[in-house]
Design a protein around this ligand. Structure first.
Ligand SMILES: [Zn+2]
Length: 250
């Protein structure tokens, strides 16, 4: 969880340094079940939603020449393909103990919340069987990436990566799709994986590459529903200036 991500130069995005997510923030935005008394995040303006997508998704890996670096992908947004017609599978391994059961329960709760808010654009589907070849988010228990030598377990409580237990961020393919498995590494044996953290990691797994002020800000709840509704309510490779803002369900 750190604002230093915002200061990372574009050139170093691929250096396997992203994805530090600790506690803080609420993560659930105005989701059902938010703690009583919590102030609901303000509604984001259309301009704000577009700017957030530009920062965290479409523009996260723009090189010096103004073109995306990863896989020579086209300009514009990137995301999981074929939604909502094709569900995005979430592989939840069989829990082996009470701690893992708790993590599995929180993943299932997150899926329920995401489907309630974003179901018009994106459907998540839990599976206990690892699909051979499919769009899938693979959940792992207590395998979050912690930098070598670090004991800052709270700041590295969970992350999303392109390999289990690894620290490198996911990148889109050459057609602006997420087509390889994405790994959601939850917990490190030394931190408290809250529901808010699990909800937050789904934001990363859906294509929000970089924290911004209503995503991963330790002093304010996440508020990414309309950002994700807009990302998934427009086709991949939509250019920022052509985005049609969509709103999540309440
Ligand atoms: Zn994060």
């Amino acid at each position: 969880m750190n604002t230093s991500l915002k200061r990372l130069g574009h050139a170093v995005f691929a250096a396997a340094v992203l994805s530090a997510c600790g506690g803080g923030g609420d993560g659930s935005g105005a989701a059902p079940g938010a703690p009583a008394g919590q102030t609901a995040p303000a509604t984001l303006t259309d301009a704000r939603i577009v700017a957030d997508i530009n920062f965290s998704n479409a523009g996260f890996d723009i090189g010096p020449d103004g073109r995306p670096v990863s896989n020579q992908r086209p300009a514009g947004t990137w995301r999981w393909p074929n939604t909502p017609a094709q569900p995005l599978l979430v592989h939840i391994p069989a829990p082996g103990n009470a701690v893992e059961q708790d993590l599995a329960d929180k993943v299932n709760a997150a899926i329920k919340t995401y489907n309630a808010r974003l179901g018009a654009y994106l459907v998540l589907e839990a599976t206990s069987v690892l699909p051979a070849a499919a769009n899938v988010i693979q959940v792992g228990y207590n395998n979050a990436w912690v930098p070598p030598g670090s004991t800052d377990y709270n700041s590295y409580c969970a992350n999303v990566s392109n390999a289990a237990g690894f620290g490198s961020t996911i990148v889109p393919d050459s057609r602006n799709a997420i087509t390889n498995p994405v790994f959601m590494n939850l917990g490190n044996h030394h931190c408290n994986v809250t529901q808010e953290i699990v909800n937050h990691e789904f934001g990363h797994a859906l294509g929000l590459a970089i924290h911004f002020d209503v995503f991963g800000n330790t002093t304010a709840p996440d508020n990414v529903w309309d950002v994700l509704a807009t990302l998934y309510g427009n086709p991949a490779s939509t250019r920022i200036e052509n985005l049609v803002v969509k709103r999540a369900a309440h």
